[in-house]
Design a protein around this ligand. Structure first.
Ligand SMILES: [Zn+2]
Length: 451
């Protein structure tokens, strides 16, 4: 049998195994004994390793943080890294997110695309490599993590115990491959030089704030000018009087922090609107000069870009506690810069008269040359299976497992220009794409065996 025939043979088993994984709510929970990320992620790992056992692979559970299945012999190790945890389902589903539902050959459920489907496609790619009797001069290991969505502590633990890989990919991004992932800079700003009586907005650092409420003195700004500002930009708002104060609420548009220009930041526009409307306040001036409304880091000396993209900045959360305003900063910087360069550029902006910035973390970017052996081998696999020679490997602002282990990039499982509703309601994956992913991964592993 050839690859396509084997995929047809295993199609129903793949769907059945995926359905079992989807039925387990593997969002992060409270740590328990033998379940460092809660009971759901552990159950998903047990189930996936059982499936690997049934397919005849050698398996190992790494302290319930991660696990692996392996085929082949040899010094070198090819790694395929998928994750079994999922993000909370949220509202708006048309089907039960924990029941794999098929409509018109499209599968729906939390995790079908991110990343349980990819785990199944990779698992069966290993099975097919075995069935085909392809000589295995290297070991091929499917590594399954359970904490990718909440900090990838699973991979950190895995690498501590098992070390790095010689070559590999994580099917948790896009085809035809992601050769660069931006560096990250996380911070918090603080200020207490303000007349603002209260301000609260946002709930997640890496999401553009879509809801912000402020309380200020009634006669401290021009209501007409503020209304004009919002109306001109088509921003929804409400203004309510509260004795001598007003409470102003603004609705923005959420978007992922790696692409903040797709959203509308409620905090930034509320403060910018107030400034335009004559509200005089040291904090507002500080915010607009340092954070601003353009998401480009200019106010922090970070308006930088390279041939692969520009730096982005997102303010996801703002709050006021005991007279102090604080807020989050989520920066993704270009793939050819280093953490040291970013810290040097931002240094003189950290402390100023009306506020200061605390650096919470700085992470290096990931970058491989497009013509490196790893990227070339994977892109070649994608092209030979799909005949799509137009789509080009890319860089992205988000981070994957590739940042946590050597010699790895994200490769699929998303096909170019498809929105699978990842992290959203009605996440989906067409059955044909699951099969195509499997075929590409067989080819990719074959190519990596030859590098
Ligand atoms: Zn993922």
């Amino acid at each position: 049998m050839d690859v396509k025939q084997l995929i047809a043979k295993y199609e129903q088993s793949m769907i059945d195994d995926l359905a079992k994984l989807i039925s387990i709510d593997s969002t992060m929970g409270e740590a328990q004994e033998n379940a460092p990320f809660g009971i759901g992620p552990k159950k998903a790992l047990d189930e996936a390793l059982l499936q690997c056992d049934n397919l005849g692979f050698k398996t190992k559970n790494i302290d319930n943080y991660a696990g692996y299945a392996e085929i082949g012999e040899g010094e070198q190790l090819v790694g395929v890294l998928a994750h079994l945890d999922v993000v909370p389902v949220g509202d708006g589903w048309n089907t039960n997110p924990f029941e794999l539902t098929i409509k018109d050959n499209v599968m729906y459920g939390r995790g079908v695309s991110d990343d349980k489907g990819a785990a199944i496609a990779s698992m069966y790619a290993l099975k097919i490599i075995k069935d085909l009797g392809i000589p295995l001069n290297k070991r091929v290991r499917l590594i399954l993590g359970t904490n990718e969505e909440s900090g990838s502590l699973c991979l950190k633990h895995y690498v501590e115990k098992e070390g790095h890989i010689d070559l590999g990919f994580t099917p948790d991004g896009n085809f035809p491959g992601v050769f660069g992932e931006k560096g990250s800079f996380g911070g918090r700003f603080y200020s207490k030089n303000t007349k603002i009586k209260d301000i609260q907005g946002g709930h997640t650092v890496n999401i553009v704030c879509d809801d912000c409420t402020i309380k200020i003195e009634k006669n401290s700004y021009s209501c007409k000018k503020l209304q004009d500002y919002f109306n001109n930009l088509n921003i929804k708002y409400s203004i309510e009087e509260d004795n001598n104060d007003v409470v102003i609420n603004v609705k923005g548009v959420a978007a992922h922090a790696s692409r903040p220009s797709l959203g509308v930041n409620a905090i930034s526009h509320l403060l910018n609107g107030l400034k335009q409307a004559g509200f005089q306040d040291p904090f507002v001036d500080y915010y607009l000069s340092h954070i601003g409304i353009n998401n480009d880091g200019e106010g922090l000396g970070l308006k930088i870009s390279d041939q692969y993209g520009s730096l982005t900045l997102n303010n996801g959360i703002i709050k006021m506690e005991d007279g102090v305003i604080s807020g989050s900063i989520d920066i993704r910087y270009p793939v050819t810069y280093t953490a040291k360069q970013i810290l040097e550029l931002v240094d003189k902006y950290l402390d100023s008269e009306n506020g200061y910035i605390e650096v919470v973390h700085v992470g290096e970017p990931l970058f491989f040359q497009v013509d490196s052996p790893l990227v070339s081998a994977l892109v070649k696999a994608y092209r030979s299976v799909t005949n799509d020679n137009d789509s080009q490997p890319m860089t992205m602002g988000g981070g994957t497992y590739a940042k946590g282990i050597n010699n790895c990039i994200a490769f699929g499982c998303g096909f170019p220009d498809v929105d699978y509703h990842i992290h959203d309601a009605n996440e989906f994956l067409p059955i044909e794409e699951l099969k195509l992913q499997t075929e590409i991964y067989v080819e990719a592993i074959k190519n990596l065996l030859e590098v």
